[in-house]
Design a protein. Structure first.
Length: 295
């Protein structure tokens, strides 16, 4: 294992020592598979916390070319940040740690990742594959790789939800078009978003409470808008990530709709000096009458 091995790997090694010698099974395993360095080209699992993997792997891929090809198809899912343990789960199968016995992911780890990531896959028409059927994996009381992120209550508040849409920054084409967009949506606000970190699997974003300008509150109370927007930042990390485009902070005009207990952002514009159409639209908004109002 590498020096940068995470706590999940340390815990696994400690449990393995408690299990004792694997005996004859280890001898068979050494004959039927081999240890090989995880290559740089395997982006899914390179630098996961250990340096060598067994091949064939637990998904019965027999060549490194096949492993790299098949594992790369999961990178877009990781980019959606659907679960903080998704990479550990996938790498335990694609690049199993090179120990004297096969170590599968725990059933609870599979179920937690599936619960958060399967809806994201469904957005793109892909079902959760049978090869990852959670019933195939050992129960938690057996030797297996357990979830690292175990605080379900905290995770449920922060876990991104599948919205089946990729929101991006809009180009402020004309002031009229922006005004029409504001009229068509339930709410519109000018806000400042801050990125709390740049290193964790799930990016944390904060709303600057001193920089919230409500242009339109619709069915929402003005006082509840900051809390609703913070909820949006917490659960739709992919959308916010796309809007931020790698910056640490930014001011945006966002508009969207209210759906039961949450808000969904449909349009987002970057508040920059060059976006003159956006500035003009916001100035005109105070005196603008939407078509339904004019009628």
């Amino acid at each position: 294992p590498s020096r940068s091995a995470g706590p999940w790997l340390v815990g696994l090694l400690a449990r393995l020592l408690l299990w004792g010698s694997p005996g004859a099974w280890a001898s068979y395993l050494r004959r039927s598979s081999s240890c090989t360095p995880i290559p740089h080209g395997m982006a899914l699992c390179y630098d996961i916390g250990y340096s060598e993997m067994r091949i064939p792997n637990l998904l019965e891929h027999e060549t490194m070319t096949e492993v790299i090809q098949q594992s790369s198809s999961w990178l877009p899912l990781l980019a959606r940040e659907c679960h903080p343990d998704a990479r550990i789960f996938l790498c335990s199968l694609f690049a199993p740690i090179c120990l004297d016995r096969l170590i599968y992911p725990c059933r609870s780890l599979c179920e937690a990742v599936k619960r958060s990531c399967a809806p994201v896959m469904a957005c793109y028409g892909y079902p959760w594959p049978e090869i990852l059927n959670c019933n195939k994996f050992p129960a938690d009381h057996e030797l297996c790789i357990a979830a690292v992120s175990t605080d379900e209550n905290s995770l449920s508040r922060r876990m991104p939800r599948a919205s089946c849409k990729d929101c991006e920054l809009e180009e402020a084409s004309t002031a009229r078009e922006i005004l029409e967009n504001l009229c068509a949506n339930d709410f519109a606000v000018k806000i400042r978003i801050l990125r709390k970190n740049m290193t964790t699997t799930i990016s944390d974003f904060d709303l600057d409470p001193g920089r919230v300008e409500v242009l339109k509150h619709g069915p929402l109370l003005r006082t509840e808008i900051p809390a609703r927007l913070q909820q949006w930042l917490d659960i739709d990390a992919t959308c916010v990530h796309n809007i931020m485009r790698g910056t640490h902070a930014g001011v945006f005009v966002v508009s969207g709709e209210v759906q039961s207990d949450k808000v969904v952002v449909n349009k987002a514009y970057a508040w920059q000096k060059k976006n003159r159409n956006l500035h003009q639209a916001v100035r005109r908004w105070k005196h603008h009458r939407c078509p339904e109002q004019a009628g």
